[in-house]
Design a binder for this molecule. Structure first.
Ligand SMILES: C[S@@+](CC[C@H](N)C(=O)[O-])C[C@H]1O[C@@H](n2cnc3c(N)ncnc32)[C@H](O)[C@@H]1O
Length: 581
């Protein structure tokens, strides 16, 4: 093997990466929402619901949120195959991998150094996703692959085995830094602690005195209070404590010999002394976190007016489990495949700050009405009771701004007519890496990169005299980047000014006028099957489809859309279990 080669997953089109335009986000106050009164002292109002393609949305968030998100949970389309049935298998996986990889890379930038990302996935792509995650986040940052029991009964229509679980794959930004929270103890767990001997220290649970780990002082005989002699620990095991320590524990009333004093001794573990929570495990049963059907039922009750209910929403309990382990109240949580808004709802009820992104129209038909009920405190389903969610707070609704540039009728790039002066200034700040902060007093301060470095954006043509005046105002201690329509002066004439023309300054930096990086494939025409090809068991046209799509997502996107990025599998015939997230 060539020394330079590394272990990696390759796929068609892997080398192609979108050159994303850093869009600005525009709030629509009509669709933003907040409670009409404060419910607690820590109500959160700056949550964000973003309508649009998540790749552009993540890029739009990059400047403000890099390194700030504590927990990301995504439930992307699983690539169940139904959406790609006309295409060569390799292309199907390749497209999915490219789409996910591009998003994971941006998500990785947003993660805080002590943050983690959790992804729902099933067996269709799980193995590929793991290798991809190793590549993006680093294999050393793998934390766990949890199994969620998503259905409660077998699917009689299953061709082979009835699949009743999904995976939730977790990577930390850095496992050296990340720590997990313990899970809150449940009543059922506490019920295992009893007090048969009325110990004043309260309820306790018997713990094994023997273990498999070798212990040099761990083999001795024990005489029970009843007089029975236990020759030693069970075969292949050792007592956990020495005989001296056992005697000491017994003197302190910490050994249980059974009601008759005749049992193999057990160490009493007192409820008051166990750690404050439970170490999370990797198998999550539906009894603990809910199943698909319960999630659907919750939505049905919450949104009775919505006819077209989502096939497989995730239960709030599942998101709660993730947020319990990986975040604390006030932390930023992000879900860029929001669906019906389960992450937003669960995060809101749990007092986390949240950002969710959804491209489909259900952003308006499902997410907004759902979140309004959470905020009004009228959603008492899901995890409301368990976490004491009483409503309050609010969210801001954003759309992605249009592309900064558009082509005029001669095919030249010009500033979009939809941009007003404020939008232009904000967009140029983003392009140039400045924080947009227009000054009320100083007309040439639209943003800053440091305390001494500012940006001024205007479509005007600036004369030498105007520039001289600005240069004098800026002075020797500060510097100013001017992005303008044109200027009549030598570029280096003023040492404290840098001059750039719009749109030339940004042309070529990224791809403009592309609004959707999702994969919209639901209405692709079926592949015509020639008789010879059918006899051979493959189609020429499928090959053509392969060639047409190879390395060119644009070709795919020209085809009429209905479903964004993949396809939800139809509800199962027996209605008991839905696959896919
Ligand atoms: C499996 S669903 C998520 C379900 C969600 N966890 C819930 O509980 O409701 C995936 C969602 O991602 C959305 N989506 C797919 N591609 C997207 C894209 N490029 N940008 C934004 N959202 C996208 C789909 O519209 C769909 O609603």
């Amino acid at each position: 093997m060539n020394r330079k080669q590394k272990l990696e997953l390759t796929w068609i089109g892997k080398e192609q990466r979108p050159r994303l335009e850093p869009r600005i986000l525009i709030e629509d106050p009509e669709l933003s929402y907040h409670a009409d009164r404060r419910v607690t002292d820590h109500d959160i109002f700056d949550n964000r619901l973003i309508f649009g393609d998540n790749l552009l949305a993540l890029k739009a968030l990059e400047q403000e949120f890099t390194g700030k998100i504590k927990c990301i949970y995504i439930d992307p389309p699983y690539n169940t195959g139904s959406a790609f049935s006309h295409y060569d298998d390799g292309v199907e996986h390749s497209l999915w991998l490219s789409l996910i990889r591009d998003r994971l890379e941006l998500l990785g930038k947003l993660l805080a150094s002590d943050g983690s990302i959790w992804i729902s996935i099933d067996d269709h792509e799980m193995a590929y996703l793991r290798v991809l995650m190793d590549e993006v986040f680093g294999r050393r940052n793998f934390v766990a692959q949890c199994i969620w029991e998503k259905v409660y009964s077998p699917k009689s229509s299953a061709r082979f085995l009835s699949e009743n679980h999904d995976y939730i794959v977790c990577y930390a930004h850095d496992t050296e830094v990340w720590t997990r929270n313990l899970l809150p103890r449940t009543e059922a767990q506490d019920r295992a602690y009893k007090n048969p001997d009325n110990d004043p220290r309260g309820p306790w649970k018997p713990g094994d005195l023997s273990a498999r780990n070798y212990y040099s002082l761990g083999r001795y005989s024990i005489t029970c209070p009843s007089g029975r002699v236990i020759a030693g620990p069970p075969q292949g095991m050792y007592w956990r404590v020495s005989s001296e320590k056992l005697a000491e524990l017994d003197r302190d009333g910490r050994i249980w010999w059974g009601r008759d004093g005749n049992n193999v001794p057990a160490i009493k573990r007192f409820l008051t002394e166990v750690i404050a929570g439970v170490v999370p495990e990797t198998i999550w049963t539906y009894k603990e976190v809910g199943h698909n059907q319960a999630a659907k039922q919750h939505l049905k009750e919450l949104l009775p007016e919505v006819e077209d209910l989502f096939v497989t929403p995730k239960p709030e309990g599942l998101v709660r489990r993730i947020l319990d382990i990986a975040s604390n109240p006030g932390d930023w949580v992000l879900d860029s495949f929001a669906g019906t808004g389960t992450t937003g709802a669960a995060a809101h009820k749990m007092g986390r700050r949240w950002i969710i992104v959804e491209l489909g129209e259900h952003c308006h038909t499902h997410i907004i009405p759902r979140l309004k009920k959470v905020i009004d405190g009228t959603d008492q389903g899901g995890i409301s009771e368990a976490v004491g969610g009483k409503g309050g707070g609010g969210f801001r609704y954003y759309r992605l701004a249009p592309s900064l540039l558009e082509r005029d009728r001669w095919g030249n790039w010009v500033i979009s007519k939809q941009f007003n002066a404020a939008m232009l200034a904000e967009a140029m700040c983003k392009h140039e890496g400045f924080v947009y902060a227009p000054s009320q007093e100083v007309y040439w301060q639209h943003g800053y990169s440091t305390e001494q470095d500012f940006i001024y954006v205007t479509t005007q043509t600036l004369t030498h005299e105007q520039l001289a005046q600005i240069s004098e105002d800026v002075g020797d201690e500060r510097s100013l980047l001017i992005c303008c329509g044109a200027f009549r002066s030598k570029p280096g004439a003023f040492s404290n000014l840098t001059l750039k023309k719009i749109p030339n300054a940004v042309l070529g930096r990224c791809e403009f006028a592309r609004d959707d990086y999702s994969l919209r494939i639901a209405n692709l025409p079926p592949v015509p099957v020639s008789s010879e090809a059918a006899a051979e068991g493959h189609t020429e046209a499928a090959g053509a489809g392969h060639r047409r799509r190879r390395g060119s997502q644009a070709a795919v996107q020209e085809v009429a859309p209905t479903l964004p990025f993949g396809d939800d599998e139809p509800e199962s015939a027996d209605g008991e279990s839905g696959d896919q997230g």
